[in-house]
Design a binder for this molecule. Structure first.
Ligand code: ADP
Ligand code: ZN
Length: 721
C-alpha cells in the first residue's frame, strides 16, 4: 500500500514526526526506511502511518520531497506497534525507541567492502609506553580505527601511529558473506519423560499464536535442552528465533552449546560486535536469513522478517532492565513483542520473579515445570555459617569451617567457587590518622581499590585515580587502610591459606569479552583452576561438573537498605550460585556466611522451602500494594547545580495532580544523590494497578517547565530504588 505522503519518524529524539512529499517513482510504504532532508541535513527515518501520529498539518504543495529510499526491508507493522507501545509505556520519544530498531548506520549503507585493522603480531622497537599498552589491549581484536581506539581507550592518532610502525595491518572485509544455517536434526538429545513433555508442549505452540510460558525448573534440570526443541520446531517451520541472555559474558558458552545441538553457531548480537559484524547480523535479521539470534536486551527491537519464537533465558535477571535512555524492562517488552507478533514467548528461570509468578497465578501465563536435575544429579545441600558464632580471624573473611571445606575439596581434586558480589580489592580506603575517606568527585560513592589494575575506581562513573601514597587530607604516609573485602582480597586470602591452589578471579574486570569468557570455561573444563572467586558473573549459566563446593562470603550484602526486592534478589542470587555446585555425578555443598542466620530468606534457602518464601514475599507486596499489585514510577530530576535541581523537583512536586488511588512521595535526594557530576532528586509515584499512571505523568510533566540544564527522566516500573 504505497503512501500519498509520508509522515517520518527520524532518529532524532528532539524532533517530532515530520511530513514529506513522496517524489514520483519512489515506492514508499509504511515502514520504509527513508532519507529526509531537514535544513542542510539528511536524516534517516521511517515512514509511519500518518493517522497514528500527531503532526502539524502542512499543505501538500509546501512539503519538501524525500531525498531517498534506503534499500532495506520496511520495518514490519508488528514492530512499529511495539515501538509505539514502548514509547507510550516508558514515556520515551518514539525516535529513541526507533534508534534501537536501526542501531547500525553501516547496515544501511550500500557498500559491501569494509576496511578494518588488526595486530600484525610485530612488536616494533621504540614504541611509547602508551602505544605499547594500546597494542596489548588489542590482542586478538579486529575492527575499524575508531572501534579499536575506543576499545584501547586511546585516540585515533595513537592507532594510526601503530599502523605506520607496522604493528597494525589493514585488511578488506567482505561485508555480506553467507550466514551459517542451524540444522534442527543435527544432534537431537534424548530427553527424560518430564523434559519431553515440556519440550512437546513448547514445540506444539510454535506457529500457533501468542503463548507466554514460564519454564520453571531447578538449576541443572535441562531447561536449555528443553527450549532448544521449540527452537528446532521454529527452524523446521522456517521461522526466526530470538534468544535473550542477561549478560554478554554468557553468550560464548551458549554459542558452543547451541553449535553442539544445531551444528553451527547462531547469530550473536551484543555491544562488543565490530561494525562489519553488526551490519551483517542486522541485514540477515531484516532479510530473514539469520535464523537464530542470541543477544543481550538490545536484540529485542531488531526488525526480524519472520519472527516465530522468543526465549528469555534467566528471565529473573535484573540486567534485563535498561537503566539509561529508554528505561525498559526487556523481559516485559519481550512479552509485548510476542503479543504483537502473535507468537509464543518462553521465560526460562530457576528462580522466577514474583511478578512472573503472579502472571502465572492470575492465569495470564502458562507454566511448565521441571522438578528434577538431569540424570539424577542432586540439588546441593545448603548450610548457613553464623559469623557471629564462628567468625574468621581479624582481617580475614573466610570462616574457619569454610576454610576446612575448601582444603578438603582441594585435596579431593574438586573445584570450588567463592561468591562475593563486589569487584576490586576493597570497597573503601580510609586514613587511620584523620579519618579521610576516598570519595568520587562526581558521585556519592567511595572509590574502590583495584589492586590488579593499580588504581582506585568509581563503579558508577568510571573515574579513576592512582593509588595514593599519602593521605591528601593530613599528609601522613602509611596510614591508609583498605576497609572490607572485594573479590581480589578474597583471592589473596585463599592464596595465603592455600598456596598450592590455582585461583581465578571472575568479574567484569577480568572477563570483559566473550573470548575471555570462553578462555575461562576452557580452563575450568581442563581442570586448570581449583578455586574461582567471582561476582554475580559466575552465578548463572555455567555448567562445570567437577565444581562441588560453593561458599557465599557475605549473604547479608544485599539485605541492608530498604529496597523492595532486597530479599527476593538475595534469594535468587544465592539459589543461582548454589546451583553451580554438584551439577555432575558428585554431590554439591554450599556454605552461606551470614550474620543473620534467622532471616527468612536464609532460612528458606537452608530448608529449600521456596514456596513458603515466595508466598510470604508475595503477601507482603500485596499488603503494601507494591508491584505487581500496585504500580511505581520514579521521576528523577538532575542538574549540575544542586539548587537548580532541587528547585525544579520541588516545583514538580507542588504541581502533582490529585488523583484518586495515586500518591506522590518526595522530592528527596535520589539513592545516588550525585551521579556523574549531576545532583539528583527523586519523586516516587505509587499508584493502584488500574490507574493509567503514564497518562497522569505525561499531563503533569507536560504542564511544568524547566531550563535546558535540568534533566527530568521517568523510570516506569523502576527496578531498584
Ligand atoms: P538448566 O538450564 O535448567 O540449568 P541445562 O539445560 O543447562 O539446565 O542442563 C544442565 C546440564 O545437563 C547440561 O550440561 C545439559 O547438557 C545436561 N542435560 C540436560 N538434559 C539433558 C538430556 N536430556 N540429555 C543429555 N544432557 C542433558
Ligand atoms: Zn563516580
Amino acid at each position: 500500500m504505497p503512501l500519498p505522503r509520508a509522515r517520518v519518524v527520524t532518529l532524532n529524539a528532539a524532533l517530532g514526526p515530520l511530513d514529506y512529499r513522496i517524489p514520483d517513482g519512489m515506492e514508499v510504504e509504511p515502514g520504509s526506511v527513508v532519507i529526509a532532508p531537514l535544513g542542510p541535513r539528511q536524516l534517516v527515518g521511517v515512514a509511519w502511518e500518518a493517522e497514528r501520529l500527531p503532526s502539524e498539518e502542512v499543505g501538500d504543495n509546501r512539503l519538501r520531497p524525500l531525498a531517498g529510499l534506503i534499500d532495506v526491508p520496511p520495518v514490519p507493522a508488528a514492530l512499529r506497534r511495539l515501538c509505539e507501545w514502548t514509547a507510550d509505556y516508558y514515556l520515551s520519544p518514539l525516535a529513541s525507541v526507533l534508534r534501537m530498531v536501526l542501531p547500525s548506520s553501516s547496515a544501511l549503507e550500500g557498500s559491501r567492502q569494509l576496511t578494518e585493522y588488526r595486530p600484525t603480531g610485530a612488536r616494533p622497537e621504540r614504541l611509547t609506553p602508551q602505544r605499547l599498552q594500546a597494542l596489548e589491549r588489542l590482542e586478538g581484536r579486529q575492527g575499524t580505527i575508531r572501534e579499536l581506539a575506543a576499545h584501547a581507550e586511546v585516540s585515533d592518532a595513537v592507532l594510526r601511529g601503530l599502523v605506520a610502525a607496522g604493528a597494525l595491518e589493514r585488511i578488506q572485509v567482505e561485508a555480506d558473506s553467507a550466514l551459517a544455517c542451524p540444522d534442527p536434526a543435527f544432534a537431537p538429545p534424548t530427553l527424560s519423560e518430564d523434559q519431553q513433555a515440556a519440550a512437546d508442549s513448547l514445540a506444539a505452540s510454535v506457529g500457533n499464536g501468542f503463548d507466554p510460558v514460564l519454564l520453571d525448573g531447578v538449576t541443572g534440570s535441562g531447561k536449555t535442552e528443553v527450549y532448544f526443541e521449540a527452537v528446532a520446531e521454529a527452524l523446521l517451520k522456517d521461522l526466526q528465533v530470538l534468544v535473550l541472555l542477561p549478560e554478554i559474558a554468557l553468550t560464548e558458552p551458549f554459542l558452543k552449546r547451541f553449535a553442539a545441538r544445531f551444528g553451527c553457531a547462531p547469530v550473536a548480537w551484543h555491544s562488543d560486535l565490530r561494525s562489519s559484524q553488526r551490519r551483517r547480523a542486522w541485514r540477515g535479521i531484516a532479510s530473514g536469513e539469520a535464523k537464530v539470534v542470541v543477544g543481550a536486551r538490545s536484540a529485542l527491537f531488531l526488525p526480524y522478517a519472520r519472527l516465530g519464537l522468543i526465549v528469555v533465558d534467566e528471565a529473573h535477571e535484573p540486567s534485563f532492565k535498561q537503566e539509561e535512555g529508554v528505561q525498559y524492562h526487556a523481559r516485559d517488552v519481550a512479552v509485548m513483542r510476542a503479543k504483537f507478533e502473535d507468537i509464543p514467548v518462553i521465560l526460562s528461570s530457576a528462580t522466577p520473579a514474583i511478578e512472573t509468578r503472579h502472571m502465572v497465578e492470575s492465569g495470564r501465563y502458562r507454566e511448565l515445570r521441571l522438578r528434577e536435575r538431569h540424570a539424577g544429579a542432586q540439588l546441593p545441600s545448603l548450610t548457613a555459617l553464623d559469623l557471629t558464632a564462628d567468625p574468621p580471624p581479624r582481617g580475614r573473611w573466610i570462616a574457619p569451617r569454610l576454610v576446612e571445606e575448601l582444603e578438603a575439596n582441594l585435596a579431593a581434586g574438586e573445584q570450588s567457587l567463592l561468591f562475593l558480589n563486589r569487584r576490586g580489592f576493597a570497597p573503601l580506603t580510609l586514613c587511620r590518622t584523620c579519618g579521610h575517606r576516598f570519595q568520587c568527585p562526581n558521585c556519592t560513592a567511595w572509590m574502590v581499590e583495584h589492586r590488579l589494575l593499580h588504581r582506585l575506581a568509581c563503579h558508577h562513573c568510571g573515574h579513576v585515580m592512582a593509588p595514593p601514597k599519602a593521605c591528601p587530607e593530613c599528609g601522613e604516609a602509611d596510614t591508609l587502610v583498605a576497609c572490607g573485602p572485594g573479590v581480589e582480597r578474597i583471592a589473596d586470602e585463599v592464596q595465603a591459606l592455600m598456596p598450592d591452589a590455582r585461583t581465578a578471579i571472575v568479574t567484569s574486570d577480568t572477563i570483559w569479552s566473550p573470548a575471555r569468557a570462553a578462555e575461562f570455561v576452557r580452563q575450568m573444563e581442563a581442570g586448570e583452576i581449583d578455586i574461582v572467586v567471582g561476582t554475580q558473573l559466575v552465578t548463572k549459566g555455567y555448567h562445570f561438573p567437577n565444581l562441588t563446593l560453593v561458599g557465599v562470603i557475605d549473604a547479608d550484602l544485599g539485605l541492608s537498605g530498604g529496597d523492595l526486592r532486597a530479599a527476593e534478589r538475595t534469594f535468587q542470587q544465592i539459589a543461582q550460585v548454589a546451583g553451580r555446585a554438584g551439577r555432575g555425578d558428585k554431590p554439591g555443598r554450599v556454605f552461606v556466611q551470614t550474620h543473620l542466620p534467622n532471616a527468612p530468606v536464609i532460612a528458606a534457602l537452608v530448608s529449600g522451602d521456596t514456596e513458603r518464601f515466595v508466598t510470604t514475599e508475595t503477601q507482603a507486596r500485596q499488603e503494601a500494594a507494591m508491584p505487581p499489585f500496585g504500580r511505581l514510577a520514579a521521576i528523577v530530576v538532575s542538574a549540575e547545580d544542586k539548587e537548580e535541581a532541587e528547585a525544579v523537583a520541588r516545583r514538580i512536586g507542588r504541581s502533582a495532580p490529585r488523583v484518586e488511588g495515586m500518591e506522590v512521595y518526595g522530592p528527596a535526594p535520589a539513592p545516588l544523590a550525585m551521579l556523574r557530576g549531576r545532583h539528583r532528586f527523586r519523586l516516587l509515584v505509587h499508584a493502584r494497578r488500574s490507574l493509567d499512571v503514564q497518562d497522569v505523568i505525561r499531563d503533569w510533566l507536560g504542564a511544568t517547565e524547566w531550563s535546558g540544564k535540568v534533566r527530568v527522566s521517568v523510570d516506569v516500573d523502576p527496578y531498584s530504588f
